[in-house]
Design a protein around this ligand. Structure first.
Ligand SMILES: CSC[C@H]1O[C@H](OP(=O)(O)O)[C@H](O)[C@@H]1O
Length: 380
């Protein structure tokens, strides 16, 4: 069950954006999510009391972004355990909510493993629920720490690749505090550059069809006082041609063992443009996004989303979750192709920045050590 409530309380985050929090009111534990489908028009929180509410929030992108999906998945397992629901069924339904971001599975499995280990040790259901919550809180904290370290490593790489000061960075989708336990992945690098006076411009792709760039990245950039400009996705090429882009910074939803990168649809064309124009294409992602068990890009399942997201335009506050609720921008009955992600091959990726540092050039061999530690990170 889920309930919407107007945002209350202070800003818990450095960038002032609450994305997720666990609360224990007298009537029982809840998972509180900032409903990202309502931004930037409204800051509304979604209060989830069971796994089915969280699954719907994940599927509607009320909560989204690979690292945050992992954190939400872990808390979802803890919520089911704390409220006496079937933990195995809850874990399965949450893990299946969206297929591409490996972090979701990592988070769910870490909390479930902690729950099962406590039961195996003879712990009672309350102790097992507490163990799942501890695992979720640990993942939340670790992600915040990873975000800060990626920001530092990413800024150091930008300064190395682009000597001479102000960086003009193009980013795609949303990779800030709204996808993270901290201040994000790629956006956190741009924010770090801003804070030391080395962000000359943040070019923000609107990111059709769900407009994560226009609605969320612009929202975060404005809150942080950054110099940013919004553009339509199809205008990016002319920016490169005009020599206005010094680097591309994006996040990731799953990085295969060979260095193939699944990210929001539109990332691959940016990688091709970056290569053609000699611009660094940098992927920023924590170890929990690297999947050693997916060998290559062809093995990554790319989520296909409903066509109405393309054929209709929906106002952020409209809360539309099905066809017919938006404003048609195509004739009734139009078929639409709507992959949520695409895959960039490793040869087009200049560097992958994790909390451990930058891997460049990118190859399966170069990632071998990172994959080993990613496996350890997945185990918690
Ligand atoms: C750095 S994780 C954010 C990542 O997730 C976004 O996808 P979605 O908005 O569908 O959850 C996009 O791929 C971002 O790069």
């Amino acid at each position: 069950m889920a309930d919407h409530q107007a945002r209350s309380g202070g800003d818990e985050r450095p960038s002032g954006i609450p994305a997720i929090r666990w609360e224990e009111p007298p009537e029982g534990p809840v998972l509180v999510l900032l409903d990202q489908t309502r931004l930037p028009a409204e800051e509304v929180e979604l209060v989830c009391t069971d796994a089915s509410a969280l699954v719907e929030a994940i599927r509607s992108l009320a909560v989204r972004g690979a690292p945050l999906l992992g954190i939400a998945g872990a808390y979802g397992v803890a919520l089911a355990a704390a409220r006496g629901f079937d933990v195995s069924e809850a874990a399965r339904s949450i893990e299946e909510a969206r297929p591409t971001a490996v972090n979701l599975s990592v988070g769910v499995r870490r909390a479930r493993a902690a729950h099962e280990a406590e039961l195996a040790r003879g712990g009672d259901p309350a102790a097992a629920a507490a163990a799942a919550l501890t695992a979720a809180r640990t993942l939340h904290r670790q992600d915040a720490e990873a975000s800060a370290r990626m920001a530092a490593h990413g800024l150091a790489l930008l300064d190395e690749l682009l000597p001479g000061g102000g960086h003009r960075i193009l980013t795609h989708c949303n990779t800030g505090a709204l996808v993270s336990g901290g201040e994000g992945t790629a956006f956190a690098v741009a924010l770090a550059a801003h804070r030391v006076g080395r962000l000359r411009r943040l070019w923000v792709d609107e990111t059709r069809p769900l407009l994560q760039g226009a609605r969320l990245t612009a929202y975060e950039a404005a809150r942080n006082g950054m110099a940013y400009t919004l553009l339509t996705d199809n205008a990016a090429g002319s920016l490169f041609a005009a020599g206005e882009v010094d680097a591309v910074l994006i996040g990731a939803d799953r990085i295969a063992a060979d260095g193939s990168v699944a990210n929001k649809v539109g990332s691959y064309p940016l990688a091709v443009l970056a290569r053609h124009h000699g611009v660094p294409f940098i992927v920023v992602a924590p170890l929990t996004t690297i999947d050693p068990d997916t060998l290559d890009g062809a093995s990554i399942e790319v989520e296909q989303r409903p066509g109405f997201e393309v054929t209709e335009v929906v106002a952020p506050q409209a809360q539309v979750t099905g066809p017919g609720g938006g404003i048609p921008v195509a004739p009734l009955g139009t078929q639409a192709y709507n992959p949520a992600f695409d895959v960039t091959p490793p040869e087009l990726v200049t560097a992958i920045v994790t909390e451990e540092g930058a891997v460049t050039p990118v190859s399966g061999e170069a990632l071998a050590g990172v994959c080993k530690r990613a496996r350890e990170a997945a185990a918690g």
